[in-house]
Write a protein that binds this ligand. Structure first.
Ligand SMILES: [Zn+2]
Length: 393
């Protein structure tokens, strides 16, 4: 069965919409938050735990799985679904983002990117054709075109990278042979309206079944992220899903949905959980803090996740302090549940015309954390320094 997408209900007051993506491994209701399973595992969680949480789509990472254990091994073992014991839908990214984020990047050419493995320093080459071949071997339901990720604030680099990304998108389409996988295109163009328009125009002319908005949430100021979406999303066809890559902070999910985004992914909930930071409806708290040492309440009274049904903040804090593995698992269960459930409520609110009310109500209580932005800016500074050093232009 091929991939289809249907908008069930557009919101009447903004660009939000509820829909469903149908794949060979099941339906994906949208809007949706997908947890990241870089190494074919959502860190610390079993597939059954993800099913209990309500996860319907997992992201896996082409770059990492190509290096270890290798796409051929996974293919011989029956493909990624069988290999990781997850029978629901999977999305693989193309590896572009990782390759362009690597320390010691070697060379970008029209043909592709020569890079060194972060594991053993060995040299590898990714071309559009190669990343499609790997993704076909892995066998995810949704696969991504290979794109060049530029510093979103650098006009000259984006102009060049955009044209290459477009030529690479055409090559990905030509290389793609599996009809049971949907190949999504990725728009680039940084924060520059003219380039975003060009990217939308070109990629939609190729007719992808879905479009990702790449090159955002990598260090640009948030207002620029939303301005760029305001310009870009209306240029995309209404009957194809729109995917905002790398966004997962609760307040940002509302902003994205309001502008017509259907799909999000982010490593934030799992990464934070392993550091002891958990989401609540009032904002994030860190369970390592002394104030939770004798706190008998769950992370959140109203939360229906396994962790909140069974355990106190005091116990979770103790597990973190004692470096017990269970603590990482329990915190991850809560965080993935929190975002999955939040987006499920957002979807329901679109269906019953209460999206704006839910957004108002949620944001009146939730206090965002500034350090996410700081992290993004640090990441951007690192990337800038590297691209200058290596002369990747
Ligand atoms: Zn919970």
């Amino acid at each position: 069965m091929g991939f289809t997408f249907e908008v069930e209900k557009p919101d009447e007051t903004c660009s939000a919409r509820a829909g469903v993506m149908r794949t060979a491994h099941g339906d994906i209701p949208t809007p949706l938050f997908a947890p990241v399973g870089t190494q074919a595992t959502v860190k610390t969680l079993t597939p059954d735990e993800l099913i209990e949480i309500g996860t319907t789509l997992i992201l896996a990472n082409t770059y990492h799985l190509y290096l270890r254990p290798g796409a051929d091994i996974i293919a011989r073992l029956g493909g990624l679904h069988q290999f990781m014991g997850w029978s629901g839908p999977i999305l693989t990214d193309s590896g572009g983002f990782q390759v362009f984020s690597l320390e010691g990047l070697r060379r970008v050419s029209e043909e592709g990117v020569l890079f060194r493995s972060h594991i053993d320093g060995s040299e590898h080459f990714f071309s559009p054709e190669k990343t499609i071949e790997i993704q076909e071997k892995l066998g995810a339901d949704i696969i991504m075109a290979f794109d060049e990720c530029a510093d979103p604030m650098d006009y000259d680099y984006n102009k060049l990278a955009l044209e290459r990304t477009h030529r690479w998108a055409e090559r990905c389409l030509r290389a793609h042979t599996r009809t049971d996988q949907a190949l999504f295109g990725i728009l680039q163009g940084g924060i520059f309206p003219e380039l975003r328009r060009k990217s939308a125009e070109f990629l939609t002319s190729l007719g992808f079944p879905g479009y990702a908005i790449g090159g955002l949430s990598v260090g640009e100021p948030k207002e620029k992220t939303w301005e760029t979406l305001d310009i870009t999303v209306p240029l995309l066809p209404t009957d194809a899903p729109r995917y905002l890559m790398g966004v997962g902070a609760p307040e940002d999910l509302f902003e994205g949905v309001e502008r017509g985004i259907d799909l999000f992914d982010c490593a934030l909930p799992t990464r934070l959980a392993r550091n002891g930071a958990v989401f609540t409806s009032r904002g994030r708290i860190n369970l390592r803090k002394a104030e939770f040492a004798e706190d008998s309440a769950p992370i959140e009274e109203v939360c229906e996740c396994y962790t909140c049904r069974r355990f106190s903040r005091a116990y979770l804090r103790h597990l973190l302090k004692a470096r017990e593995i269970l603590g990482l698992r329990l915190n991850t269960i809560h965080n993935v549940h929190f975002l999955t459930n939040l987006v499920r409520r957002i979807r329901e609110s679109i269906l019953d015309d209460s999206f704006s009310a839910l957004k108002r109500e949620f944001l009146s209580q939730y206090v965002p954390v500034a350090d996410d932005t700081e992290q993004r800016i640090k990441g951007l500074a690192r990337r800038r320094a590297r691209s200058k050093q290596e002369g990747t232009r």
